[in-house]
Write a protein that binds this ligand. Structure first.
Ligand code: SF4
Length: 349
């Protein structure tokens, strides 16, 4: 280990962050890879952090520390200073937040500098030279931040000036192509890594639309009320905004139904049919959001009709169904006709 120098790398689990981390480790620096987790990316890791750390260590020899930033992240998403990209992705504020957070961890982890896998010009919004400068400036990490994959195209950082890393052995990758990264991965014997697309729900055109609806003025939740459970609910099954604004989630299969059952809150209604297979439905805040009983009853009836609509057919048709509805610890049966598709098409999110 080079004079016991330690660095923290921002680790997404993607190839660029793997390579940036390995490149600096290859110069004898002890690198701790910080993997931030939110309900929008990498959330599954929280289910079994130890297995994930073992997997990354055995595949790439990298030591990962997993940090859940969900609460701060939900708050940042309410009003990102630098706005959103093509979808509901606040990439610049996201990077500023993560770098600031990692910078704060330097002292605690006895580390001297920061690393990211950013490549100049690779992403239209967040990896242009001017944007990289803004990210450094606003995260207070200017001389602390080394981007090993493009370092030779950038100004010297403290780690190079102080001789902790040899600038000559750093790289000058730029642009959107992946061939240099793939060749370097081969050199390191890395063959198993995630594809570059995907990973962040906020950059996904369909799922990010759901998130943006949750944060909009039409949402039944005020932005300050949104929790990780709400984001998890957004990613389940079919989503509807009912007339009047109610939020309904319908399971597509048994797994979704189990998730809805696990995520139901004390003021949410849960609906399902005992008599035949079909979706479970969760009507969010049924017990607290509705202005009057009639409005609630109307939305519960629509929810029950959708449960019957997506329930299994009996001898080629869908007869009236008996839908069990539980709310605030009480259960009752709602008789419901299947709803016609043309009625609810526009309610789908
Ligand atoms: S794609 Fe998602 S995780 Fe990546 S910078 Fe943008 S908002 Fe952050």
């Amino acid at each position: 280990m080079k004079n016991n120098i330690r660095a923290l790398s921002l680790f997404s689990g993607g190839l660029d962050s793997i390579l940036a981390t390995c490149l600096v480790m290859s110069q004898g620096i002890d690198v701790v890879a910080i993997q931030f987790v939110t309900p929008f990316f990498n959330y599954h890791i929280l289910k079994d952090i130890d297995s994930y750390r073992d997997e990354v260590r055995s595949k790439y020899g990298i030591n990962v520390k997993v940090v859940d930033i969900s609460i701060d992240y939900l708050e940042m998403l309410r009003n990102p200073v630098h706005g959103f990209g093509k979808n509901f992705n606040p990439c610049i504020d996201c990077k500023i937040y993560m770098l600031s957070r990692a910078r704060e961890m330097l002292g605690e982890l006895d580390a001297k500098f920061l690393i990211t896998g950013e490549v100049l010009g690779q992403r239209p919004m967040s990896q242009r030279r001017d944007t990289l400068n803004v990210i450094e400036r606003d995260s207070g990490s200017r001389s602390l931040l080394l981007r090993p994959l493009s370092a030779k195209l950038m100004l010297e950082t403290e780690a190079e000036r102080k001789g902790w890393v040899d600038r000559e052995k750093l790289l000058k990758f730029s642009g959107r192509g992946r061939s240099s990264q793939i060749a370097l991965a081969k050199e390191y014997g890395i063959t198993d890594y995630p594809s570059p697309a995907g990973g962040c729900i906020l950059a996904d055109p369909i799922l990010s639309r759901r998130v943006s609806q949750l944060y909009s003025e039409e949402s039944i939740l005020r932005p300050a009320e949104i929790t990780t459970t709400d984001v998890q609910l957004l990613l389940v099954g079919r989503q509807f905004v009912l007339p009047g604004g109610g939020w309904l989630i319908l399971g597509r299969d048994e797994r979704d139904n189990d998730k809805l059952e696990a995520l139901v809150g004390s003021v949410d209604a849960l609906l399902w049919m005992e008599e035949r297979p079909g979706p479970a439905a969760l009507l969010k805040k049924a017990g607290s959001w509705y202005g009057d009983a009639l409005e609630l009853e109307n939305n519960l009836q629509l929810a029950a009709s959708l449960v019957v609509r997506y329930g299994r057919k009996i001898e080629g048709s869908r007869p009236v169904g008996e839908v069990t509805c539980t709310l605030a610890g009480k259960s009752r049966i709602i008789q419901a006709q299947p709803l016609e598709d043309k009625v609810f098409r526009d309610w789908m999110l």
